[in-house]
Ligand binder design. Sequence first.
Ligand code: ADP
Ligand code: MG
Length: 399
Amino acid sequence: MAKKIVTDLDVAGKKVLMRVDFNVPMKDGKITDENRIVAALPTIKYVLENGGKVIAFSHLGKVKEAADLEKRNIAPVAARLSELLGQPVTFVNATRGEELEKAVANLKDGEILMFQNTRFEDLDGKKESKNDPELGKYWASLGDLFVNDAFGTAHRAHASNVGIAANIGEGNTAAGFLMEKEIKFIGGAVDAPERPLVAILGGAKVSDKIGVIENLLVKADKILIGGAMMFTFFKALGKNTGTSLVEEDKVELAKSLLEKAEGKIILPIDTVICKEFSNDAPHSVVSVDEIPNDEMGLDVGPATVKLFTEQLVGAKTVVWNGPMGVFEMSNYAKGTIGVCEAIANLENATTIIGGGDSAAAAISLGFADKFSHISTGGGASLEYLEGKKLPGVESISNN
Ligand code: ADP
Ligand code: MG
């Protein structure tokens, strides 16, 4: 079902509540990475330029005790937002009450205010994170329309996303541009992919990705598996895995996934091994059938990169989740780089990265602009790839 986006709303003269993801890393009250603020600008500007009044809000970290109130004060973000927008952002140091209500009432068309960290409401009974019905209703009462641009929390039903949507009135909730992109790419890849759909899965653990593997076994035409999780599959096939990371309690599961896959799962054929988890110790490439007892696999080998590159030829949709090796160490980054290159060279394919470390790998290795979409939500994109309905997405009005 197609969801409403902000351009489907008539925002002129309206009070537009906007859930953004300003959960930025901070150190000593200073923002250390402002990407998320920059990323939210198009949606905010769209509403302001079209004569709407913006009431913006976000969570920032977790708020468990009174001491967190100072650490999680979102005021510096409002100040930076004002600089980036080039216009004043009225900051309200409250999440409810008279000061906030007055500030909202004073907003003129094209003006913006931001209120305090939504999770300040968690201090007294987790009202935000447990979607307290009164809180969602109260926040909804402050505006006419609701724009949700916070994909990173879409897998959670909180008051500031689902609660507001439930109370703002039929047809009044829309996705911002960031949310729209996530729905289009990740939602599109799992719901109605252009085929062949090839999934590349890696990373640390099978246990983190069971849901993703199971869903993609149904949806994808091929699944290429690398990363540490390959060793649990090799164990399931009776191979010697040396000291590689194996999840013993997932070996049976891996066996049954391989049976269910009916050939859809393609495993590496060689691996880069080392005696230690170290970039400085001697390492070599061996066939996956020849891993010595005292060595661990830390990357896929060159023959595997070639195999995966061939398997990707002709793909129309590629979903990648999880690095092929310990890409943080240069000697074990080649598999991940090779797969990035293979994906980057595909013509006419929609290519998507979902997963925090895979996104970080692609960005740090210089491939950021080679992909159609790099998801911004770690947990949310994983659950989306698992085929789960995300409450934050579901609660957006249908178009
Ligand atoms: P994502 O965040 O993209 O979903 P994961 O969190 O599942 O990815 O996994 C990323 C981590 O997996 C990286 O830190 C990487 O070093 C680690 N990893 C990949 N391959 C191996 C391996 N062969 N042995 C140990 N760790 C590995
Ligand atoms: Mg991760």
